[in-house]
Design a protein around this ligand. Sequence first.
Ligand code: ZN
Length: 182
Amino acid sequence: MADDGVVVASAMDFAQAVDGTAAPREVLESLSLIDLCYLGFDGRRHRGQILVHRELAAEIREIFARMEQWRFPIAGVAPIVRYGWSDEASMADDNSSAFNYRTIAGTDRLSRHALGRALDINPRENPAVYPDGRIAPTGAVWRPGEPGTFTGGHPAVLAFREKGWRWGGHFDHMRDYHHFEK
Ligand SMILES: [Zn+2]
């Protein structure tokens, strides 16, 4: 905990935040590591970090600030290196993150996360639901109206869409309620 009463959820430097990634140099050079404050589910103010494409840093800062004003709780915000670059482990811990040099789950295509152009928030409250009924993270349930949960009419979803982001809850092939991309 810091002196100002903020719970520090992540305090890496850039080299730590990209340690061990397979991303090429030009991708790494396009990323920014940003500090963000948010309301935790414990009702306290937390400070975490997101690694994201630098063109999107200002928009993410602005929307996080608004989510804090709306008292929208967020479970955790740390670069995914903390989870050994495992999307599964990060989701299981309900961690919110952006950059991860990886393919789209179940395919060999690079994800938008690989360029820092996708952001996942509260995956446990907002799981990915596949057409075969599989849910990630395992055991998660989407309960619209519960704290930290997105719906199509949620002000955070509207704020992202206003800035030209797509919400995964609107995908045709699956529902990815925690996912935003631009
Ligand atoms: Zn995602």
